[in-house]
Write a protein that binds this ligand. Structure first.
Ligand code: HEC
Length: 177
């Protein structure tokens, strides 16, 4: 039964806070065809799973704390990163300078773990990294490619920081935007 699987997948996030007594009964009925006179009752019971699913879904117990405080547009950050940064920083690494990855330990050692530092570095560049800001100077230090808006660099800095905090979990490389 489809509904039962919906319920059990939801119930896995409530740590057993809700018991679902209807499950066992419904399973049995699904196996043994119900006599006609019980049809009405079966209909009523079949309403239980969607109701429970709704309650469980709406329950605050299911909101994982991870989603709190993450107000940045990760999707867009990832898309910008793929467009401008991934060439040298694939997976948060650094193909040009292995000691300057985007992982927290390197960011800290190089004194650029603050979001503001990441912003400045991305705006003006550093060493062999080109700057991406619209007013980046001198020319030689700045990207030959399309410049990024301040707001885009800010989002990138937030994105890089967030990814570093999480150890650079894989970002979708296939989705197009
Ligand atoms: C052409 C290659 C290249 C591209 C493209 C590039 N970077 Fe870099 N990045 C580097 C290099 C090289 C360094 C090391 C600079 C140094 O410390 O001298 C670096 C360093 C950094 C650092 C500091 C890392 C550390 O541990 O010190 C951050 C943050 C960073 N890049 C972010 C970005 C972002 C965001 C983008 C995209 C907008 C980007 N980079 C695009 C080459 C690149």
């Amino acid at each position: 039964m489809q509904l039962l699987s919906v319920i059990s997948s939801y119930s896995s996030c409530n740590n057993g806070a809700y018991s679902l007594p209807a499950q066992g009964n419904l399973k049995k009925e699904a196996q043994n065809p119900v006599p006609k006179k019980q049809h009405q009752l079966k209909y009523l019971k079949s309403l239980v799973p969607p109701l429970m699913a709704a309650i469980v879904t709406l329950s605050p117990l299911c909101n994982t704390p991870v989603s709190l405080g993450q107000t940045i547009d990760v999707q867009r950050g990832a898309s910008l990163f793929r467009r401008a940064c991934i060439g040298c920083h694939v997976g948060g690494g650094n193909i040009i300078q292995p000691g300057a990855t985007l992982f927290t330990k390197d960011l800290q050692r190089n004194g650029v773990e603050a979001e503001e530092e990441i912003y400045n570095l991305t705006y003006y560049g550093k060493g062999r990294m080109p700057g991406f800001g619209e007013n980046c100077t001198p020319r030689g230090q700045c990207t030959f490619g399309a410049r990024l808006q301040e707001e885009e660099i800010k989002l990138l800095a937030q994105f890089v920081k967030l990814q570093a905090d999480q150890g650079w979990p894989n970002i979708e490389e296939s989705s197009e935007d």
